[in-house]
Design a binder for this molecule. Structure first.
Ligand SMILES: Cc1ncc(COP(=O)(O)O)c(C=O)c1O
Length: 390
């Protein structure tokens, strides 16, 4: 029996540990080995002519690939999953599977910015028109549909500003109008939110973040329900996308411990967010698990937890003060990406969005890692002290 049989009644951490593992097929070894390979040999001419072989070519599948896709199918409740070489390639491939020339696309205004850039450049060049909607729109999205609207791209909470979207309301309308619903679910991971259970047709993960969890891999996944799977599989195959087996192995290794890591990110992230809320330098903390957050009711209704990523808006302060704050909080490394074991901070602006910005002071996105909370708050306090001196 494989490690992932009889799965329906098990808890999420048991799924994480056992999903996609078949020690009996690997001489008892716990982890699926890394299969490096392009060519796969057929045993006989009969097999060759009948294409009778489990794996026919490295790009089309391997036990390493199967281990991750099987695990993601189980976690996402999906019909099928494809693996991609980055989170952004997962976003763009999902869009290419959903729309074509002459189609209209609805995209949340607070999606990950390179997603928007893809819509405004490549998709536009291929004849797809995009309208950006207010992420708080909910059922009001009905007014934005046109006869040729073929897909809605959601990301909840949104990048940088963390607006929660009412996915069930949006998906009900989209499906009534014959459109597919896509969701970038990187923030919550399938552990804290399962988009396919709430009406999405395609669920996207930048596995670079929490799945891998150690800031050493770029990888993406798209998981599809039954309706969307044939188009996704075909588009992924046509694009010739192939992800290195070492990176797939590292993503699988990260997946096994994602439950304990995320529980800690949730706890520490919220503790740091609450600490920041009380600071005199802070205007606003944007974190949907805070009771004060406008998206809290939706987060509580639909999500099982929060990850370690949120934003803070400071009261207006000089540019020198901002730099002193960033340089003064040394445990929060300055760098892009998130989801690893380490704490990070980056400043952001919302220029380039369609909706007017509500930010008045400087804003920062924080990733709270696995360090001790007391050290992190002491570190931020040192940053604020440096800011005051600047
Ligand atoms: C929400 C979201 N989706 C997708 C991506 C893209 O992932 P990758 O960096 O692996 O391309 C990111 C990266 O920061 C992200 O924040």
């Amino acid at each position: 029996m494989s490690a992932s049989d009889n799965t329906t009644k098990r808890g999420p951490n048991t799924h994480l540990v056992s999903a996609g593992r078949h020690p009996d097929a690997q001489h008892g070894f716990i982890n699926t080995p890394v299969y490096h390979g392009s060519t796969v040999l057929y045993e006989t001419a009969d097999d060759l002519f009948a294409n009778r072989i489990k794996y026919s070519y490295g790009r089309r599948g391997s036990p390493t690939i199967d281990a991750l896709t099987e695990a993601m199918n189980e976690l996402e409740g999906a019909e099928g999953t494809v693996i991609l070489p980055s989170g952004l390639s997962a976003v763009t491939t999902a869009l290419l599977a959903a729309v074509g020339a002459g189609d209209h696309l609805l995209v949340a205004d607070s999606v990950y910015h390179p997603n928007r850039h893809f819509c405004d450049t490549t998709l536009k060049r291929f004849g797809v028109e995009t309208t950006y909607y207010d992420p708080l729109i909910g059922a009001g999205i009905a007014d934005l549909f046109r006869p040729n609207t073929k897909a809605v791209f959601t990301e909840s909470p949104g990048s940088q500003t963390f607006e929660m979207q009412d996915l069930p309301a949006i998906a009900n309308i989209a499906h009534a109008k014959g459109a597919l619903v896509l969701m970038d679910n990187t923030w919550a991971t399938p552990l804290f939110f399962k988009p396919l259970d709430y009406g999405a047709d395609l669920s996207i993960q930048a596995g670079t973040k929490y799945i891998s969890g150690h800031a050493d891999v770029l990888i993406g996944t798209i998981s599809a329900n039954e309706a969307a799977w044939p188009r996704l599989r075909d588009t992924h195959g046509n694009l010739g996308l192939s992800t290195g087996p070492d990176d797939i192995f590292l993503a699988l290794r990260g997946l096994r411990t994602m439950g304990v890591r995320l529980a800690r990110h949730h706890q520490s992230g919220l503790a740091v967010a609450r600490w920041l809320e009380q600071r005199p330098e802070v205007a606003r903390v944007l974190h949907p698990a805070l009771e004060s957050d406008p998206g809290h009711a939706i987060w509580k209704r639909d999500f099982k937890g929060a990850s370690g990523l949120f934003s803070v808006e400071l009261k207006p302060v000089s540019d020198a003060g901002v730099r002193a704050f960033l340089d003064g909080s040394v445990l929060f490394g300055m760098g892009y990406s998130w989801g690893g074991f380490e704490s990070l901070i980056v400043p952001f602006e919302t220029r380039g969005r369609s909706m007017p910005s509500t930010l008045e002071g400087p804003a920062f996105r924080l990733h709270v890692g696995l360090e001790d909370v007391e050290d992190l708050t002491a570190d931020l306090e040192a940053g604020f002290a440096a800011m005051a001196r600047a």
